[in-house]
Design a protein. Structure first.
Lengths: 280, 423
């Protein structure tokens, strides 16, 4: 059942991604409309799958890298759908849907089981809250990242006065900068909330708010990087190219914290330990 | 022998100062038309004046005299010395002239190929010519064909799709930078036709706030009034840069009006809001290095032309298609023009036959005695159809020979056979 749901979601999202890519090439609104509907359907099926996993595991299904990537794909899709409601910017989908698709493909290609035996330690509301807010923040930053990439592509064409086929297809600089800004402003409090709830959970489960394990340290660094970006944007008035470059750098840092550290380190945040090994 | 002649200058042949001298005064159009009317050598005439071209189109029996007349008219309008005017002038006759007119109408000869304004300007010039009864058979036909060609080129080729004029391109770019132009602030530095056109285009797209700076403050006030903007002095440009979003520069200044240091200095105070310079001036008003600053975009007139040439290869292909349409229509027009040569013969042939027919009826009716109206009508119809059928073939032959080299010979024979030249 769960397997079927996941496969169906994957199929729908891949289909939608293909449609979005065809859309940016052919520029037919009909293609976008159908891709958007398919993506929405995929998102719903994925939600069902995650709800099922949640019910089975009794906690947020992010205990292995495999399921964490899948969960990340889900938040990215969901937040894109929200942004689409607000901005109605079709081309955004052509950049974000592939990101969600890549995350999902990575998730399926990693060997591992979806349902490991969950230690009671993880069955906490604080943990669920921690995971949801962190991932929602990450989803926002993914949108900010996509908008930043689009901004740089468009800005380069306008600055160099050489116009490729993307020029017509990409929206105005102002729009892209606004999306980047909005995603940052929304993402940062979510990430902050994620870190705070994580600390509260750690206090409850492990007796300490902060353990200085690598994931925590890198998360803090990522958080600080985003804090600097947001600060520069809000007070100094950074915008445009520099803000876009910085938000891309921040997102790469975030991915490193998310995937890299989890693989390298063996501390309790790492997936190896989450999957069942005893906390050292 | 009637010839169609164009004498004029455009953006390729004459410098902008010279064109401006001739195009500036709106009173020049009626003045030129009156002068054309008074010239005995010119039968029909039309005067076209836009910011990129000044042209006289006329038909004449004596092209030498007409040529001289037109040059002196142009000289009279601008007060420019002879030598200077003659240098920029082109003279096109007959086929070349027709082709030129078609190209102008379909905007293939424009500075920005495909821009739609020229057709309207040509129509306006034609209306003014007709109001003064300066347009006859040939010019009427030529103009209507030209409008037809322009329509064909517009609908059958993609030449006017992408870009339309420099000001249009500037607005499109501004939209790619600012998304919405509503509420944006424009600073106009210096004024000229192109700059005002761009400003008008921006205002038409939602810009509401406009400042005008000019070295002569009086002129700034004048232009500002026209756009309901705010006149500012040249020294205030620095402070205006803090608020402006779009700057259109078009002064005649030989050195830069906007410098790198000046723009760099105001970026932080502007909180890095994007700033878009449209530099229409030649030589340029905005230091090109300004484009290197973050969130600042500088487009000069060549860049704007580049924008319009985004799909250059495709546009060139479309231009070939458009040229083919023009050629096709030129041939068609020439064929018509040549039939004009056989028309007098056909007319006198018809007149002669009809005269014979009437004379014969008159004679026969008296000897036929009293007839009913119905019978008279039948005889009338009968003779008309006999006469028409007899001369039908000769007329068709004449028309067919109209554009052949053997035309004059056939005309000669016809006139001799039917004795058309006796009276």
């Amino acid at each position: 059942m769960a397997w079927l749901l996941f496969r169906l979601a994957l199929l729908l999202i891949l289909l939608a991604t293909g449609g979005m890519i065809v859309f940016i090439i052919r520029q037919k609104k009909g293609i976008f409309r159908w891709s958007y509907r398919i993506l929405f359907a995929g998102f719903l099926v994925h939600t069902l799958f995650l709800a099922h996993q949640f019910a089975v595991l009794g906690t947020a299904p992010v205990l292995s890298l495999k399921s964490a990537l899948g969960f990340f794909a889900w938040t990215v899709t969901g937040i894109y759908l929200l942004f689409q409601l607000r901005y109605r910017l079709m081309v955004l989908g052509s950049f974000i849907a592939p990101l969600a698709a890549i995350l999902l493909i990575l998730s399926t290609s990693i060997p591992g089981s979806e349902s490991v035996a969950v230690r009671p330690l993880f069955k906490s509301l604080w943990l669920t809250f921690h995971v949801l807010t962190v991932f929602a923040g990450d989803g926002m930053f993914a949108v900010a990242f996509a908008a930043a990439v689009m901004y740089l592509l468009q800005e380069r064409q306008i600055k160099r006065k050489r116009f490729g086929s993307l020029y017509k297809r990409l929206p105005s600089l102002e729009t892209l900068d606004a999306i980047n800004h909005r995603a940052l402003v929304l993402g940062f409090p979510l990430l902050t909330l994620g870190l705070v709830t994580g600390a509260i959970y750690a206090q409850q489960a492990l007796g300490r708010f902060w353990r200085w394990d690598p994931k925590e340290v890198w998360s803090l660094i990522t958080w600080l990087a985003y804090a600097v970006l947001l600060h520069e944007r809000l007070t100094v008035g950074w915008r445009g190219r520099r803000a876009a470059l910085m938000s891309i750098a921040c997102f790469l840092l975030l991915i490193f914290t998310f995937v890299g550290i989890s693989l390298i380190s063996s501390d309790y945040h790492s997936f190896r330990s989450l999957e069942g090994a005893a906390v050292p | 022998m009637i010839r169609i002649v164009t004498i004029g200058m455009n953006h390729r042949t004459a410098p902008v100062e010279l064109r401006e001298c001739l195009a500036r005064d709106p009173q020049n159009v009626p003045r030129a038309l009156v002068a054309l009317q008074e010239n005995a050598a010119i039968r029909e005439g039309l005067f076209l004046s836009t910011c990129n071209r000044v042209e006289v189109l006329c038909t004449t029996d004596a092209s030498e005299k007409a040529h001289e007349g037109v040059v002196s008219i142009l000289r009279g309008l601008g007060g420019v010395p002879d030598g200077e005017i003659l240098e920029g002038l082109y003279v096109l006759e007959d086929t070349a002239c027709v082709q030129h007119v078609f190209q102008v109408a379909s905007s293939l000869d424009s500075m920005i190929v495909g821009e739609p304004q020229i057709l309207g300007q040509l129509k306006e010039a034609y209306v003014q010519a007709t109001q003064r009864r300066m347009s006859g058979v040939i010019l009427n036909r030529l103009m209507h064909r030209a409008f037809h060609v322009a329509k064909r080129v517009r609908t059958e080729t993609g030449i006017s799709d992408a870009a339309v004029s420099i000001s249009y391109a500037a607005v499109e770019l501004a939209k790619k930078i600012f998304h919405e132009l509503t509420g944006r602030k424009v600073l106009l530095i210096g004024a000229g036709e192109m700059a005002e056109l761009a400003a008008r285009h921006l205002l038409g797209n939602g810009v509401s706030d406009l400042s005008v700076a000019n070295r002569t403050f009086g002129r700034a006030v004048e232009v500002a009034e026209e756009f309901r903007g705010k006149p500012v002095s040249f020294d205030e440009i620095g402070s205006e840069l803090l608020d402006a979003d779009i700057v259109i520069a078009s002064t005649a200044s030989p050195e830069y009006v906007i410098t790198y240091e000046q723009v760099k200095g105001c970026l932080r105070k502007r909180r890095n809001r994007p700033l878009f310079f449209i530099d229409i001036a030649v030589p340029r008003d905005v230091e090109p290095r300004v484009n290197e600053l973050g969130n600042v975009y500088v487009y000069d007139i060549d860049d704007l032309k580049g924008v319009i040439e985004i799909n250059r290869a495709q546009r060139e292909q479309e231009a070939v298609k458009a040229q083919r349409i023009v050629q096709e229509e030129v041939l068609r027009f020439e064929r018509w023009l040549k039939t004009l040569g056989v028309v007098p013969t056909i007319v006198s042939l018809k007149e002669k036959v009809d005269a014979i027919r009437r004379a014969e009826i008159r004679r026969s009716l008296t000897s036929l005695g009293p007839l009913t109206e119905e019978q008279e009508r039948v005889i009338e119809v009968l003779t008309v159809s006999i006469a028409e059928k007899i001369i039908h073939d000769p007329i068709v032959t004449l028309k067919r020979k109209a554009d052949r080299p053997s035309r004059d010979q056939v005309l000669d024979v016809t006139r001799q056979l039917f004795h058309l030249d006796e009276s």
